[in-house]
Write a protein that binds this ligand. Structure first.
Ligand code: IPM
Ligand code: MN
Length: 355
């Protein structure tokens, strides 16, 4: 197969973790006889520094012409500490999601047999957790208008808005995923308070009869935040709006033992995007210590979701599991054992694939 991947390393540890995923992807290409090419683009703070724009047109063109986008992370503390900054790296990510039509963010949470004891939660709660969030990604309070300040600057406002259409297309993906899994769908909302949430609940209720094999539960977001830690095995597929999904997926990543481990896929149109759920981790940038596995597993999802190459995808997740079992891990999960460098983990994985 001929595959053309857009690479957006971004900021902070982004370039380091992407470099490891590239080693793995190249190894898979070599092993299975795929011709894989990479086109690199700028996004985030590095794009602002170079062009003044966090998502330059040139980058969008590279993405739009690709078969899939592999993205690292964005964000830079110099913007976080300046609430008045006019251009922010995060705007690049939001614009990219919107322009590429990526309305669904698939974020799985699962545990690795060799790591379960490292979770901050008790073993019986985390052992065997396997859930997946479908987070709506191009609507809600992230994009709603009006937003901003009053003239005096003494009041600020954001708007949460959802159309039925936006809910339907996300919910259908959740239902279809549930049909292929354990057939449980949880609609996460705040329908006791918010009008948008009531539309979510009503819309999901209307769709449910089309998926009679799927059991649907409705749960308030605050209760989910609690039960996700108390008994995460209660969940299979969760669907939710943009902001709730952002918060809950960070929370859920703790279950696996390290945020650096979890991948994600953003879907919705021809070009799909794959990225680890962690951020740019600026304190670690350039130190070769960041965990590359979230990005490597995102590359595994890419083979599956974007190219339909499930054997290639499985080989990547198998070697990741092997690296964990053999203790070839970065410092975030080394816990007293030897901590390998980011680049060493990438080299090890690539060698295993070819070996
Ligand atoms: C994420 C991130 C982004 C989000 C930020 C960087 C805009 O936290 O992908 O979860 O909130 O969506
Ligand atoms: Mn987030």
């Amino acid at each position: 197969m001929e595959i053309n991947i857009a690479l957006l390393p971004g900021d902070g540890i982004g370039p380091e973790v992407i470099a490891q995923a590239v080693k793995v992807v190249k190894a898979v290409g070599q092993k299975f006889g795929h011709t894989i090419s990479f086109q690199e683009g700028l996004v985030g703070a590095c794009a602002i520094d170079a062009t003044g724009d966090p998502y330059p047109d040139a980058t969008h063109e590279i993405c739009a012409a690709s078969d899939a986008v592999l993205f690292g992370a964005i964000g830079d503390p110099k913007y976080d500490n300046d609430p008045k900054a006019k251009v922010r790296p995060e705007q690049g990510l939001l614009r990219m999601r919107q322009k590429l039509g990526l309305f669904a963010n698939v974020r799985p949470t699962f545990t690795f047999p060799s790591l379960v004891h490292k979770s901050p939660l008790k073993l019986d709660r985390v052992d065997g957790v396997d859930l997946v969030f479908f987070r709506e990604l191009t609507g809600g309070v992230y994009f709603g208008e009006p937003r901003g300040r009053n003239e005096q600057g003494t009041k600020a406002f954001d708007t949460n808005v959802y159309s039925k259409e936006e809910i339907v297309r996300l919910a259908r993906m959740g239902f279809e995923a549930a049909q292929k899994r354990r057939k449980l769908l949880t609609c996460v909302d705040k329908a006791n308070v918010m009008a948008t949430s009531r539309l979510w609940r009503e819309t999901v209720q209307e769709l449910a009869p089309e998926y009679p094999d799927v059991k649907v539960e409705y749960e308030f977001v605050d209760a989910v935040a609690m039960r996700l830690i108390q008994w995460p095995k209660a969940y299979d597929v969760l669907i939710t709006e943009n902001l709730f999904g952002d918060i809950l997926t960070d929370e859920a990543s703790v279950i696996s033992g390290s945020m650096g481990l979890m991948p994600s896929a953003s879907l919705g149109s021809k070009v799909k995007l794959f990225e680890p759920i962690h951020g740019s981790y600026p304190q670690a940038a350039g130190k070769d210590i960041a965990n590359p596995l979230g990005t490597v597993l995102s590359a595994s999802m890419m083979f599956d979701y974007a190219f339909g190459l499930s054997e290639e995808a499985k080989l990547i997740s198998d070697v990741v599991n092997l690296s964990l079992a053999e203790g070839i891990v970065t410092e975030d999960i080394a816990e007293g054992g030897k901590a390998y460098k980011t680049s060493e983990v990438g080299d090890w994985l690539a060698a295993k694939i070819l070996g």
